[in-house]
Design a protein around this ligand. Structure first.
Ligand SMILES: Cc1ncc(COP(=O)(O)O)c(C=O)c1O
Length: 401
């Protein structure tokens, strides 16, 4: 098995804690256990939690809380994992074999891309359409009809989408489900940004739209709790039972402290507060980053609908990885190059941190872009001068044969 490098995560893992300004994240500033628990008795309870192997597919209480978000689901529809990333891993590990086709909405979080290929699958890209006139990234259902066939084992979507922040509508999801059902394909819908909508209108879920719908999600983005490493899979019980047996081979169980804290986060009232906290951060920061983009100039973007990320096209003639590497090396700022989504010419900018922090990082990006433009101008000036000198030389007959 050949595992390609997961470029974005490799870059983040290597540098995110070394740079002065990390704008490569897609979530908001995380909470502390104190902020999450909110009272002394609860904190004491956490300290008295035995560090046992917790129930390996998630405690019943936690699975009940998760299941309550998916109409008709019970605890047997839910597998608790270590982050949404383990949820995606187990799903792909279990379902994709040599020769399977995977139709994947792109751009996307590239984890299932690399994993599907490692397990012998072939990716067929389904491109989101960048519709500046409509002001949104939208899906092309006719294109999906063309891509899905009896060879399609799974359709992968990410909704709300990373990196664009686009939200698919209920009608889009129904259309995807209809196409998947026609060919008997599984649908993996990564909904980890659900709940992090800027306008507060919760994204429609793929849940319940197809008998073969699988939802992966977790606490890292909309809940602001990435360090808990709690994710989950919701799906048909027979498949979930099989996933559980795969989980035995990967990490066995979620951490006991994390399961306990996740039970607190998933209490309906607490969950609503956490979503509101996230949305308030996004509502405060998005206008600031948009104002900065306008002021800086040279960027084109579609307003994200969810998540603390804006995906921008820039007009400098420099490769996105080169730009991001120079920004990190020269300015100690980390952002994500479009190359990591197979789209050079774009950047993903995170804005989940406090405004002053975001602004300071972005100002450094502006400094770099300004100096790049200045040297490009100087270079083209020099080039023009050289040409003029050469032409004069020719006219003056100085050029030797
Ligand atoms: C779409 C998507 N799915 C899954 C993950 C992984 O999330 P987790 O931290 O829950 O493992 C990420 C992280 O950025 C993501 O963007």
């Amino acid at each position: 098995m050949k595992l390609e490098q997961f470029a974005m995560e490799r870059m983040q893992s290597t540098f995110e804690n070394l740079v002065e300004f990390n704008l490569s994240e897609s979530g908001v500033r995380p909470l502390t256990p104190r902020e999450l628990i909110g009272n002394a008795a609860g904190l004491d309870g956490l300290l008295d939690q035995p560090l046992v192997y917790s129930q390996s597919n998630g405690t019943i209480e936690l699975r009940q809380a998760i299941a309550s978000m998916y109409p008709g689901a019970g605890i047997d529809h839910i597998e608790v994992t270590n982050g949404g990333s383990e949820a995606n891993f187990i799903t792909t590990f279990n379902l994709i074999d040599k020769g399977d086709e995977v139709v994947m909405l792109v751009p996307n979080y590239m984890q299932t891309w690399g994993l599907s290929r490692a397990f012998g699958g072939t990716i067929r890209e389904w491109r989101l359409v960048e519709d500046h006139e409509a002001g949104r990234w939208r899906v092309d259902i006719a294109a999906l009809e063309q891509l899905v066939s009896p060879r399609t084992k799974m359709i992968v979507i990410c909704n709300p989408n990373n990196p664009t922040g686009a939200r698919l509508t209920a009608a889009d999801l129904d259309a995807i489900a209809r196409i998947a059902d026609k060919h008997g394909a599984w649908i993996l819908s990564d909904e980890v940004y659900r709940g992090a909508e800027i306008d507060g209108v919760e994204t429609a879920s793929m849940w319940g739209r197809s008998p073969k719908a699988i939802i992966t999600s977790g606490l890292s983005k909309a809940y602001g709790l990435p360090g808990l490493r709690i994710g989950w899979i919701a799906g048909p019980p027979s498949l979930i039972a099989s996933f559980w047996s795969y989980h035995d081979y990967v990490t066995i169980a979620p951490g006991a402290l994390s399961d306990r804290l996740a039970r607190i986060a998933m209490q309906p009232e607490r969950r609503a507060q956490l979503f509101e906290r996230t949305r308030a951060i996004l509502r405060r920061n998005l206008p600031l980053i948009e104002a900065w983009l306008k002021e800086a100039g040279g960027f084109k973007w579609i307003k994200p609908e969810a998540g603390a990320i804006v995906y921008v096209k820039y007009d400098h003639p420099i490769n996105s990885t080169t730009l991001v590497t120079r920004l990190r090396e020269e300015k100690s700022v980390l952002i994500v190059p479009g190359d990591h989504f197979g789209m050079d010419g774009y950047l993903r900018l995170g804005f989940g941190e406090p405004p002053e922090y975001n602004r300071a990082g972005l100002e450094r990006l502006k400094e770099l872009l300004t100096s790049l433009s200045a040297s490009a101008r100087a270079e083209s000036g020099e080039l023009r001068r050289d040409r003029a000198v050469a032409a004069l030389g020719r006219e003056g007959g100085h050029e030797s044969a």
